[in-house]
Design a protein around this ligand. Sequence first.
Ligand code: HEM
Length: 496
Amino acid sequence: MTSQSVVRQQLYSYRYYISIAAAVSLVCQQIYRRVFRVPRELRHIPAVPFWRLMVSMFKEEHLTERTNKLIYPLLPKANGIYINRIPVDWTIYVASPVLAKSVLYKPGRVNILTVNGEQWKEQRKIMNPAFHRSMPVGIFGSLLPKAFSFIDEAESKKDHIILVKLTQRLTLESLGKAVFDFEFGALDKEDSEWLIVFNQVLEAFVEDINFFFPQVNALLRWMSRSRREKYNAVHKFVNLLDRMIEQKRYALINKKEPDNITDNEKDLLRLMLEAELRGEGTFTTEELRHNMGFFFLAGHDSISNALALAIYNMAINRDIQTKAREEIIGILGDKHDDVLPTIEECKRLPYLDMIIKETLRIYPAVTDLLARTPANDVNLGGVLIPKGSMISIDVHALHHHPDLWKSPEQFIPERFAEGGEYSKHEGVSWLPFGNGSRQCIGINFTMMELRVALAMFLRKYEWELPTESPHLNGLVFDQIFNLAPSNMEMKFNRRY
Ligand code: HEM
């Protein structure tokens, strides 16, 4: 046998392994191309090196550190535009206030980005007036004394309250009342049935991609007890939403709802159904359920974290806390009693507003806006944005950029004072709620709730971190994606 035929024979006997190796290599090449190589049409834009990004994530570096190391150095290269391979594919990010404005607004009434599906436009048209009318300061204010009783009880036992747990319970109760006039009982006791259900719904939403594919979830629930519990919780919550919608619709049609309530104190569901009855548009029960559910998911953690973080920042900046208290007392007086501020009084608290804005600047709940897709090629600040690509705004990079904000990591509410640092920025540099036509619909609702809650906290208590707190020199996070540490204790001293 010649040596050639020996080799041929050996190759033949290894043919399966060779085919498998070739297939694996092909797949690897494809993965490499798909995952690591920047698509040809985006190669003119500076890219965050994928490996360095992975290392940073693996080391659990804080977003601010990652942005300083990997993103800010890229910005001068393409007028504040860069690309990154997150969340799922290569996405163009804008971190220039001027260009962010052109992305979010319609320059000269020509929309450069297709953000507005017809269905979204139709729904937003009906929801906008409801959110405009709804200013339920009475609802928010009436819940605070209940929250205070937990603080007083803990402090009377020389214990401290876990701040985020309290703000979460308060937020759930206020959303329940303000969205569809339902009492979750979250401020009644720690193990209230609906509090447990809602927390499981949140877990399912955060952890479980199948939240969006209920059929898959229905099958997977048999895999473990915890899956089953979450599945049942989501089911129960959805049923509650449906029941509330049907009941309210029936009550409104049959004139059984109390009619002695002003619009600003009506719940959002009622306002939307009333708009429907006036012929201003229609929602199916399914559309209403999706929207109601989304209000809870969008509003719950973001409001409760913002409230907790504003309180935390005033705990480590006592001078700011004192100044805010003086402003509130100037408007609401210092009688030793809980006073519920009115809408008008809430609007006369400029320093408190600066504190809320500064809190949302340092800790934006949404760090990148939802990606938009241009319908045509667009020239953005001299950079070609190809049609069909994904483009987003890097909110965190804008909120922390040292070229825009002096000492960006410091809590300085005065940045937002009239004539202050913020007023000198061109374009949009502060956008915790997004901006333009798709701005958060809950912005006024959120600001009112934060104003009422903080004003009442400031009148009632002085607060500080306990001396042994790990957060004295900055927040220490227990979980990488948490905005506010879930275990942070706060020491409250009653003023009356
Ligand atoms: C601190 C509190 C909140 C923050 C920081 C926040 C932030 C945001 C952001 C950044 C967006 C996306 C904007 C975009 O991609 O351009 C958004 C959208 C939205 N938010 Fe909020 N949100 C908050 C509270 C709420 C509340 C309380 C509700 C409802 C009760 C709500 C309902 C919505 C809705 C419906 C949208 C979608 C708007 C649309 O696409 O037209 N949000 N929010």
